[in-house]
Design a protein around this ligand. Structure first.
Ligand code: AMP
Length: 270
């Protein structure tokens, strides 16, 4: 496994590889990331994993400061997987030029996380643009766990580059809780609430089939969940997966949720 720390390393290592799979991450790797890496290694000749905690996508300084870091453990996981390249750039390596044209999210997409985390997706698209430009992967592997991110990045990257975005299923624990680097920040009782809540949302999605007025039903459930688990929920919405508009039709839909446990913000979709 080659560890690449800057663009020179990157150019030297990658110049002869055209069938490259790229898995962008912010580190603190778990089975979710590993499933993306394994898919890339199956579909592509070489695989590059990046570990970069992108400052521009954090709309909250403390969230950025407290984001979990486990470089040693990450490298050992990647080595065991036999990954070809790991790219760990410094901030200055990625943000070494100013954009001429600002990244803008269209009004119709200022929903869910784009509404509650101002500037977040602009930061995600900015870094994905910068990384794709220098890595030039054939395929980029991203998780459905962050479905809105996957949706917006796919739109941007596939319009501007030859690289294709490959979506990957969400990996969960046996209680339906989606694996996330942020789960490390939860204490035992918060983790237990997150598991119960995830199961609850999973069953709500199943039940939605039989409900006529889904919007009204979800509003009721949102209030119930808030009370039961003493959490604040930003949104609990059924949306069409092709355009992310609110829908009353269960076909091609996902139930999206964002909630806080203590100060940790978690998102998921079923
Ligand atoms: P992150 O390190 O959180 O920025 O995530 C890096 C990539 O891993 C993103 O494409 C995520 O959607 C994906 N990912 C995170 N958690 C999971 C999971 N539980 N299952 C599948 N993919 C995931």
């Amino acid at each position: 496994m080659k560890i690449l720390l800057n663009k020179n390393d990157l150019n030297e290592a990658l110049y002869s590889h055209s069938n490259l799979g790229f898995v962008p991450t912010m580190g603190s790797l778990h089975e979710g990331h590993i499933s993306l890496i394994k898919k890339s290694m199956k579909q592509c000749k070489k695989t590059l994993v990046s570990i970069f905690i992108n400052p521009t996508q954090f709309n909250n300084k403390n969230d950025y400061k407290n984001y979990p870091k486990n470089y040693k453990r990450d490298l050992s996981i990647l080595r065991n997987l036999n990954v070809d390249f790991v790219f760990i750039p410094k901030k200055s390596e990625i943000y070494n030029y100013k954009r001429i044209k600002k990244i803008k999210i269209p009004e119709k997409h200022k929903i869910m996380c784009a509404k509650y985390r101002k500037g977040h997706f602009e930061g995600v698209i900015d870094v994905m643009d910068r990384l794709t430009k220098i890595i030039k992967p054939k395929k980029i592997f991203m998780g459905e766990k962050d479905f809105q991110q996957l949706y917006l990045v796919k739109k941007f990257i596939e319009k501007n580059y030859k690289s294709r975005i490959i979506s990957c299923k969400t990996i969960r624990d046996k209680n339906k809780l989606a694996l996330s680097s942020r789960n490390i920040l939860l204490n035992e009782s918060e983790l237990s609430i997150a598991r119960q809540l995830s199961k609850n949302i999973y069953f709500i999605k199943k039940k939605l089939n039989k409900i006529k007025d889904k919007k009204k039903f979800l509003l009721k459930k949102k209030n119930e969940i808030k009370k039961i688990y003493n959490t604040s929920i930003e949104y609990l919405e059924l949306r069409n997966i092709n355009n992310l508009q609110i829908t009353n039709n269960i076909k091609k839909s996902k139930l999206f949720i964002a909630y806080y446990l203590n100060k940790i913000r978690l998102i998921d979709n079923f």
